[in-house]
Design a protein around this ligand. Structure first.
Ligand SMILES: NC(=O)c1ccc[n+]([C@@H]2O[C@H](COP(=O)([O-])OP(=O)(O)OC[C@H]3O[C@@H](n4cnc5c(N)ncnc54)[C@H](O)[C@@H]3O)[C@@H](O)[C@H]2O)c1
Length: 327
């Protein structure tokens, strides 16, 4: 038995997931749709599937699961339409771009019989799994230093349009905010300063996060840092030890005083594996088949949105401490 899958949004991420899904024998790619019919036709031709004229037509084509790979603010209507029909949803990050919409999705997913999984791909990337394994093996994460930069904020063309991205935190920084939560534990509060230095929307963030157990992370995120390596890193500091990821490429691990520093280089690992896309897709299809729960479920997706909202709220109030969960 295969899972009958559709894709809405035939750009970069639509193509990425389509390519991976085609290699999974458990999947039948039924069809794709896009606001731009040429893009839909192109991806349909490349994947031997059908181009549908609208989301509704695709949802009516007896698909069992849908990948939502449209710009950020377009995720929620497609998600709700699919969940209402009990069609499984894989939604690219972010789940939503406001707390109110995130709550709508949370409620709809909990009411639906369908699986919901969000595309926090870094949870499946080997560099971040390495960090997680060290913590599971006993490294106590007392402190974290993290950054997530974009070199420029020029691609895709809709990226600085707030009505499509919802803001820089939703487009880029959400990846590492989710990683910090995943690695450090539940967030108790955030204090954020932000400024619109280079683009018209807030694009430079300095954030202090406090986690359960009085553990801290400092996180900075900029949209105009150039693409010099590494544009993102996350360093966990333990007792006389640290482990640091550098982009999705490399881990530097100092296990203790007077011990060798270990460097693990993943650059030869194929892109779809190095970025975690293949594994997140494999896990989603397993969830559709009822073999396992979704790998990043709707509550985890919601918590990431809540974290972004808390940062925006703090930044809008001069860096005041905002406590979580938000009510
Ligand atoms: N997880 C990751 O690593 C990662 C990386 C890049 C992008 N993303 C996310 O993936 C999503 C897509 O980004 P992208 O880089 O593929 O963008 P893109 O611009 O390359 O593709 C988006 C496509 O959606 C189509 N589209 C726009 N509105 C639509 C609508 N209402 N209905 C149907 N089609 C519509 C566009 O015509 C375009 O073809 C975004 O939410 C982005 O944040 C995730």
């Amino acid at each position: 038995m295969t899972v009958r899958v559709g894709i809405v949004g035939c750009g970069n991420m639509g193509r990425t997931h389509a390519t991976i899904l085609q290699q999974d024998p458990r999947v039948t790619l039924v069809g794709v749709t896009d606001l731009d019919p040429d893009r839909a036709r192109e991806l349909a031709a490349a994947t031997a599937s059908r181009a549908f004229p609208s989301l509704e037509a695709l949802l009516d084509a007896e698909i069992e699961a849908i990948y939502i790979t449209t710009p950020n603010t377009q995720h929620v209507p497609a998600t709700l339409a699919a969940l209402e029909r009990n069609i499984h949803v894989f939604c690219e990050k972010p789940m939503a771009t406001s707390l109110a919409e995130a709550r709508q999705v949370l409620t709809a997913a909990q009411a639906s019989q369908a699986v919901y999984q969000v595309g926090h791909n870094r949870r499946f990337a080997p560099v971040y799994r390495y960090l997680k394994q060290q913590i599971e093996a006993g490294l106590v994460p007392y402190l974290a230093n993290a950054k997530q930069n974009d070199g420029d904020w020029l691609n895709p063309p809709w990226i600085t349009d707030l009505s499509l991205t919802g803001g820089f935190l939703y487009e880029s920084s959400i990846h590492l905010l989710d990683m910090l939560r995943w690695l450090m534990g539940e967030v108790v509060s955030v204090q954020a300063r932000a400024k619109a230095n280079v683009y018209d929307v807030l694009n430079d963030f300095a954030i202090l996060l406090t986690f359960v157990g009085e553990r801290f992370a400092v996180f900075s995120s900029s949209a105009h840092a150039s693409w010099a390596f590494p544009f993102e890193h996350l360093e966990i500091v333990g007792e006389h030890a640290f482990v640091r990821s550098e982009e999705l490429s490399r881990v530097v691990h100092s296990p203790g005083l007077e011990q060798e520093v270990r460097i693990v280089d993943y650059r030869q690992v194929p892109h779809a594996d190095r970025w975690g896309y293949r594994e997140e897709d494999r896990r989603f299809i397993s969830a559709c088949l009822g073999e396992a729960p979704p790998a990043v479920d709707v509550l985890e997706a919601y918590r990431a949105i809540e974290l972004c909202e808390a940062c925006y709220l703090s930044a809008a109030n001069g860096g005041v401490e905002v406590r979580l969960p938000l009510v």
